[in-house]
Design a protein around this ligand. Sequence first.
Ligand code: SAH
Length: 343
Amino acid sequence: MTDIKSMTESQLADFFKGMGQPAFRARQVFTWLHRGVCSFDEMTDLSKPLRSQLAETCFITAPTVARKQTSRLDGTIKYLWELSDGNCIETVLMQYHHGNTVCISSQVGCRMGCAFCASTIAGKVRDLRPSELLDQVLFTQLDSGLPVSNIVLMGIGEPLDNMDNVLRFLELVNSPHGLNIGMRHISLSTCGVVPGIDALAEKQLQLTLSVSLHAPDSETRSRIMPVNRAYDVEELFAACHRYFRKTGRRISFEYAMIDGVNDHDWQAELIARKLKGMPGHVNLIPLNEVVESPYKPSKRVGAFQQKLESLGVTATVRRSLGGDIDASCGQLRRKEMMEKGHL
Ligand code: SAH
């Protein structure tokens, strides 16, 4: 069976050509799929025989809502979607003044092993397909009734560990006949997979690359992020400089502030030294406490921000949304798995 929603419009055109169908079928079907129809029978401008022919060879992905939590504090909605194979993933919808943003997952679980992150505790199950990436945006929009204008790939999983599917998804969501979300409205976050950063740079996309830095020195970074043992922070900074030279796009660095681990002034000084020659922006994140983790939120967020600013590095503190609904990083999926006795 073919996962028809994972196909781009030009792939669909080839597909229909192979079926002896006219080229305009691709546009028709693509438009229906990107409106979120769940069956070929809903495609009313196709003949009945064609609809049943498609249903015999293709399937249309459609996740179902396993859990949904709405924050009473700020309207943030967190979805736990159940996929066709029973796996669950999370998507979060945040309402900002500049528009509604969805934070989507890129994999079922994660194999990167960051010590402070709930998404990685049970490892990676599988990659998400382009259709399953897109569905998170489509069905969040349909279920909530809120139009989505921005996408961040900052949910469960490592996007650059699922590069081909993520690139295809970007093409799908960017399509003028689909959701038509501009690259400048999309951010992709990586824990620092250096070959992936270089490959992405080659594509010269206008999206915003976010790098989860969390420590500027190798000793600390290797302790909290195993990826640093494969691609160390010096190589990571070098890749970031290359990325900036190639794309001209400013990189955003995420930095979860952990008490006594990465919140020292000397680390702010090191960040400033490493970012010289590149317009970086540091996004300080108050650490979200994960029950299984020994790490505690830093009390020096403001002081660290001031230190960075005094050294000429722009730094902001991320406003925390959905604090009452387990809205961060794999916490809801984890809760569901524990309650169902999967862990
Ligand atoms: N794998 C990608 C994207 C997913 S995580 C990446 O690592 O960038 C999105 C962001 O949330 C990352 O910066 C991640 O390090 C951060 N994060 C994970 N657990 C956190 C926690 N407990 N508190 C604050 N930020 C956390």
